[in-house]
Write a protein that binds this ligand. Sequence first.
Ligand code: PZK
Length: 425
Amino acid sequence: MDDTLLGIGQVAKESGLTVSALRFYAGSSILVPAVVDPATGYRLYRPTQLRDARVLAQLRRVAMPLRDIRQILAAQADLAEVAVIIERHLRRLEAELADAKRVFSTVQHLLDDQENRMSTTNDALSGLADRHLHSGKVRDLYSADDGSLLIVTTDRISAFDYVLPSEIPDKGAILSQLSLWWFAQLADAAPHHVITADVAEYPSEFRPYADVLRGRSMLCRRLSMVPVECVARGYLTGSALADYQRTGAVHGVALPPGLVDGSRLPEPIFTPTTKAPVGDHDAPMTYDAVVETVGAGRAEKLRALTLDAYRRGAEQAASAGVILADSKFEFGEAPDGTLVLADEVLTPDSSRFWPADGWRPGQAQPSYDKQFVRDWLTGASGWDRTGPPPPLPEAVVKQTRARYVEAFQRLTGRRFEADVQPQPA
Ligand code: PZK
């Protein structure tokens, strides 16, 4: 017998694999013992197979599937081919990591919903659980038997990426009615998805909830949503500012030098982002990436509609003493191919509003609606921004509610009335 051959026990010991794992691999046609001793029936490995066993043990540590390992062992003489397989595997692991992140954030979301986020609206609409499609930080989506969708805007408020444990009374109604008002203002520029906000016209399955839904919901056409968040910016701040400071450009658009936080841009720009899964942040897209995603025709329409809606919004806001720094729009496609404005429009949750008289380029601008919340959370509350934020003091809730009411009244020129059916704009 050739004494350079190795027994299975020795290969196991020196590779870190177990004997049963080695047997299993041999059964899967990977690392099959080179020789079976005719006298004893023992399975024997060549020294090069010990090296293969070590490779196998390492690759199993990163959970590489056997089919890939088999390829690497077969290709081992060709290092370039091995590199290609490893590269492909790295991309696969990255995709799996992204997937795992989505899973974990969904789990956190589910637990968080049950433990902490039982808002007034959630409780009152628990009878609609089987129609519930999706919850964002602030709004919930339900589906009707006829295919239409119901968007319910709650009184939840978010800050620093958390939904706070306190609600702002009437915030949902204020934002819902502001959005409805803007849809009507923009109607000659873009068709929108709202069917009605009159609860008396809702499908019958929603009628039992009329008192909760009145004033804070809208019934919408179901569209095929465009997988791009259409952002327009007239001022430089946030992620665009960070982009600019790093590269001098924003989403592939070169900007003049010398701009600072809060600077007005020479021209509003289209800065689309990907729609990130729950818990992730949206990633910037270049215009070319939008073209690749939706085609050149749709991309051009989306850019034109977005910039047009922003310009109109900014102009109307300016006449009310409010700067519309930027805004995010979402579009869906109707069966006939028309691009339709969807989601919410030009609300403080989808846009940055700044009081015009407090505008000081070169520093962070105060937020029209959330400044009291941010100041308290980063100051007096003592919160360290690691765990969930604490409940807001009553005074902060009151001041913040007043800011939402004020924004609504300044922008629309209407009084905000709680608990009434909003009239069409
Ligand atoms: C749709 N969202 C986001 C909004 C949420 C989630 N008209 C439409 N047709 C089809 N889908 C959507 C819409 C709209 N708008 C919007 N997700 C799907 C979203 C509000 C609350 F929980």
